[in-house]
Design a protein around this ligand. Structure first.
Ligand code: HEM
Ligand SMILES: CC(C)=CCC/C(C)=C/CC/C(C)=C/COP(=O)(O)OP(=O)(O)O
Length: 318
């Protein structure tokens, strides 16, 4: 469709055709960066930065967040480079730029490597070495450990690989403190425990895709019933993890009350997923997982006005 449009324009004006082509290419490279996933990754990274103790100039904070965004996009592009064969088989992913032939695999790889180098170097030079090191490790974990090593080998792929998605709040935190702090572990743990129910909810209704592509996701290997039970288990275990920031003094009662409501909602949906054969509950669970994580980090920040005070103090001290 898009290529036809392009062709028509080409007949009328070469310049217009080139502009459309350039726009299409920017759009293709943007799609390689998995922008919607990136938005929540960046938000969680910003939350880590916001609640961390200490001061950071808003400009440096913005650079740190930009680096997290670019690195997340870069690793998404490299994930799509490596997975181009299975992406072409699955209905959810066959419209991506590489299987469609809009971007050559080696272009996607070069794009991912270049953006990775850029984001890590900028983080190291403008923010600090600890944040840069953790950023580099996160890219490595997503691309090499999850995508290349685990994804096609074990149904525990996302349980272990989920660590990659859990690092961004620690990176944001490190951007402020200059060190990789134990105090930021509760934020890591929240995403780490959230990932299995988040992903398996999607995998339940996308099971035919994963079967066709031969990817050993949990529903493919262990079956729907076992996956649903494991989702409920992770969701129940997630609740105390989500409340840990309150007990550790990182968050206050507003966060605590919100976490109780959100976790009750998440457990309720996991229960409905288990008790129903209708995959609509898995879809609801997946949608709720996104709201769940977004609201946890949003309320964590709202509950921590001192973070705002630090930002202002940082500005004045600059
Ligand atoms: C290894 C861990 C993870 C796996 C395997 C995973 C898997 C997935 C998959 C397969 C999708 C569907 C994407 C699509 O259709 O394009 C998805 C969607 C999504 N994921 Fe995850 N995810 C993981 C971690 C995360 C993390 C850490 C975040 C953010 C903090 C996140 C945020 C999102 C968002 C926002 C969407 C919705 C995207 C859309 O609307 O298309 N995911 N996830
Ligand atoms: C800062 C930084 C580097 C952050 C990285 C964050 C991160 C690891 C997010 C995980 C995102 C994700 C969609 C994983 C699924 O890959 P998949 O291959 O299973 O999904 P797909 O089939 O949609 O490609």
């Amino acid at each position: 469709m898009r290529r036809n449009a392009l062709h028509n324009v080409h007949d009328k004006s070469d310049l217009a055709a080139e502009m459309v082509a350039a726009g299409a290419r920017v759009g293709d490279f943007w799609a390689l960066m998995k922008p919607r996933v990136m938005s929540l990754v960046v938000f969680s990274g910003f939350a880590g930065l916001y609640v961390a103790p200490g001061e950071i100039h808003p400009l440096i904070a913005a650079v740190a967040v930009l680096c997290i965004a670019v690195a997340a996009g870069a690793s998404g592009a490299m994930n799509m480079w490596y997975d181009r064969d299975i992406d072409g088989i699955m209905s959810r992913t066959c419209g991506r730029p590489i299987p469609k032939g809009y971007v050559a695999p080696e272009q996607a790889l070069a794009f991912g490597l270049a953006l990775s180098a850029f984001s890590v170097m900028l983080m190291g030079l403008a923010v600090n070495v600890a944040a840069a090191a953790l950023l580099a490790f996160t890219i490595f974990f997503y691309v090499v450990v999850y995508t290349i090593w685990l994804k096609r080998r074990t149904p525990q792929n996302i349980v272990i690989g989920g660590a990659a998605g859990a690092f961004p709040p620690m990176i944001g935190w490190a951007a402020v403190t200059g060190s990789i702090d134990w105090a930021s572990l509760p934020l890591f743990a929240l995403i780490f425990m959230w990932t299995p129910p988040h992903f398996w909810a999607l995998a339940l209704w996308r099971n035919p895709d994963y079967m066709r592509a031969g990817v050993p996701m949990m529903p493919v290997v262990a079956g729907m019933e076992s996956t649903k039970k494991q989702m409920l288990l992770y969701t129940v275990l997630l609740a105390p993890v989500a409340l840990a920031p309150v007990f550790l003094g990182v968050a206050g009662w507003v966060y605590g009350a919100t976490a109780i409501v959100l976790n009750a909602g998440f457990i309720y949906r996991a229960w409905r997923v288990l008790r129903s054969d209708d995959l609509v509950w898995a879809k609801k669970m997946f949608g709720f997982s996104l709201v769940y994580l977004f609201l946890h980090f949003l309320v964590l920040m709202l509950d921590r006005a001192p973070g705002l005070v630090s930002l202002v103090r940082g500005t004045l001290a600059w």
